[in-house]
Write a protein that binds this ligand. Structure first.
Ligand SMILES: [Zn+2]
Length: 315
């Protein structure tokens, strides 16, 4: 039996790009797994004078710790923007891991992703022409937060500081980072130019995203000023194209208002949507608004007819 070895992609998995002034993008593709409707996952390394900060550790397919070591000899502080599997996959190789308190517990739960393993086998077939006959399920190893982060906190990397911003919405403990040296605003999954999930992490039993929280967080990023009153120079998102122009914040805020309105007006608006290959029927609906695709929850089931006073005044 030829297994697809864990680590088969260790040396070539990440696309590394220098974004300037000690900031590196470590990007990995997710397009091989069509279920997620996502092209890339973006992690970032910010190198200071005394230590480096790695914002997210990716999907756990390539060895992100080795990539970071190639880029800097300094100790690496990991900040997880949130605890979804595609941003914590490499955590277990690091000693210093920081996250918002509300998501620290989620790091300790292992995650098994059979659909990712299956898609990796297909990718290996396409790449080498040989077919692995079995595969190890792709798993995210548990890790433990060594510190929790709060809004406004400064992380000192030695001659450069990064400010932590709590931006709930995509998930309750979502964080963004503002690098005061470059004006780069690392938005993680609060702001990216791709299919926007308002379904929560259904597989982990998470509730749908409350768009009012997300809306407030986008506004907070839009109003952000650095030292000297300067607005951010670029947005560096957790998925898809990076960097983005800060003007994207306005476009996203407008589209989010429109999609929230459209979904409230017509609970059946858009197309039924499900994970590719998922047999259990639609998980949500897909709506295109303002040039952006959103995945929104299904309409709530009708209230039971046995309680005549519930919803009084609703007609
Ligand atoms: Zn993500």
């Amino acid at each position: 039996v030829s297994n697809l070895r864990q680590g088969a992609y260790r040396s070539s998995w990440f696309r590394v790009a220098r974004l300037g002034r000690g900031v590196f993008l470590l990007s990995e593709r997710l397009d091989f797994c069509p279920a997620y409707e996502t092209g890339t996952v973006n992690s970032y390394l910010i190198v200071g004078g005394k230590r480096a900060l790695l914002l997210d550790t990716g999907m756990g397919i390539g060895d992100i710790a080795a990539e970071a070591r190639r880029l800097t000899p300094l100790d690496v502080v990991v900040v997880n923007s949130h605890a979804h599997w595609d941003h914590i996959g490499g955590n277990s190789a690091f000693e210093d891991i920081r996250i918002h308190a509300t998501e620290a517990g989620a790091l300790e739960i292992p995650v098994s992703l059979p659909e990712v393993a299956e898609a990796l086998v297909q990718l290996e077939r396409d790449r080498t022409g040989t077919a692995p006959t079995a595969f190890e399920p792709h798993c995210i190893s548990p890790s433990r937060a060594t510190a929790t982060l709060t809004d406004g906190e400064i992380i000192d990397l030695g001659d450069r500081t990064v400010r932590v911003l709590h931006t709930p919405g995509h998930s309750p403990g979502s964080l963004a980072l503002h690098d005061e040296r470059t004006g780069f605003l690392f938005t993680a999954d609060t702001v990216y130019d791709g299919v926007i999930w308002l379904l929560g992490d259904a597989a982990a039993g998470e509730a749908a995203v409350d768009t009012s929280f997300l809306r407030t967080s986008i506004e907070k990023l839009r109003d952000l000023k650095g030292r000297g009153g300067q607005p951010p120079t670029a947005l560096l998102p957790g998925h898809e194209t990076t960097p983005l122009d800060p003007g994207f914040l306005d476009r996203l805020a407008r589209a989010l208002d429109q999609v929230t309105e459209a979904a409230a007006r017509d609970p059946n608006a858009g197309e039924p949507w499900s994970l590719a290959g998922y047999a259990g029927g639609p998980l949500g609906r897909k709506l295109r608004v303002g040039g952006l695709d959103f995945l929104v929850p299904l309409p709530a089931p009708h209230p039971p007819p046995s309680s005549p006073t519930a919803g009084a005044g609703g007609g």
